[in-house]
Ligand binder design. Structure first.
Ligand code: ADP
Ligand code: MG
Length: 291
């Protein structure tokens, strides 16, 4: 039978917006020594806005209309930011044919017979497009913690767009208190190394794994567990779900996808990361009562 103290702790957690799936979730939280944490939508709001748009050899509006026409079929936050900006500028989106989205890399489609690619430099490189001429400007934007995407029309790299995704208001405090508890924090993201480093530096996170493909997130959790660490993983996306399930404790954002919540043993209702430290303290208090 579930000890009364666990039931009480689950009720206390619920009142603080921390939903434990079961007694085990509370018990395991006590032993966690490492937190692997997704960037977009977990440390940040996950609602990026377009901040920079630089093109060469093509009109601004024409380029934005083309890439927004591709992104209108994407569910990625970067795609939403681009489409929102194009609409705000009053641009008309055109129908996209042969749309293809590659998780963690980018999207492509035919717009009026032109092949349009939007994504990170690896995605364009995979399609034989060299983005070298844009790297200087891209690095400067990444230093400002912005995420940069490249785009090409019929194989020509015509420009870059940058989006900024604000850090959640409570994230700095949440990270600081976890570090104070002695928890080792590892940021895991599909974003570029430079952008990830800029955010990590700002938050005081020392360990960063960047340019990680969605399917490789689980492997990183397993590797840390193989080193003998007790790992909690926090994330919000469909991409995070397998890693949340693999972790000793998976922590989903209530503001994120259903798939993430179904794979996790704790859900933070409002996505407030201060709930992680509170869950650890609750676990210690509860387990003290049991033993
Ligand atoms: P994260 O781990 O930060 O949530 P993702 O794995 O979703 O990142 O994506 C990694 C990178 O792939 C993005 O930073 C972006 O460069 C590129 N990307 C993915 N989807 C798109 C898209 N729809 N449009 C443009 N770029 C994209
Ligand atoms: Mg995310």
């Amino acid at each position: 039978a579930t000890p009364i103290s666990i039931t009480v702790a689950m009720g206390q957690g619920a009142r603080m917006g921390i939903l434990f799936r079961n007694a085990e979730a509370i018990e395991r939280m006590r032993d966690i020594d490492t937190l692997v944490i997704d960037k977009t939508g977990t440390l940040t709001l996950g609602r990026p806005v377009l901040t920079n748009f630089i093109v060469k050899g093509i009109a601004d509006d024409e380029a934005l209309a083309l890439i927004a026409s591709v992104e209108q079929l994407s569910e990625h936050p970067i795609g939403l930011a681009i489409v929102e900006n194009a609409k705000a500028r009053g641009l008309t989106l055109r129908p996209a044919k042969s749309f293809d989205a590659i998780n963690g890399l980018g999207v492509q489609a035919d717009i009026d017979g032109e092949r349009v690619l939007v994504g990170n430099h690896n995605f364009l490189a995979q399609h034989g497009v060299d983005t070298q001429s844009w790297h200087h400007q891209a690095e400067a934007l990444r230093t400002e913690a912005k995420t940069v995407v490249f785009f090409a029309v019929d194989g020509i790299p015509v420009g870059i767009a940058a989006v900024a995704d604000p850090i959640k208001e409570n994230t700095p405090e949440a990270i600081a208190t976890l570090k104070h508890l002695g928890i080792r924090i590892v940021m895991l993201t599909g974003d570029s190394q430079h952008t990830a480093n800029a955010i990590a530096r700002h938050l005081g996170i020392d360990e960063v794994l960047a340019e990680v493909l969605p399917e490789d997130k689980t492997g990183h959790v397993k590797r840390l567990q193989a080193e003998g660490r007790k790992v909690a993983m926090a994330g919000d996306g469909i991409n995070d779900a397998p890693a949340l399930a693999q972790a000793d404790v998976g922590i989903a954002m209530g503001t994120g996808t259903d798939v993430a919540m179904e794979s996790a043993s704790i859900t933070l209702v409002k996505g407030d990361l201060r709930g992680i430290e509170r869950a650890i303290l609750l676990s210690h208090a509860t387990m003290r009562n049991i033993h």
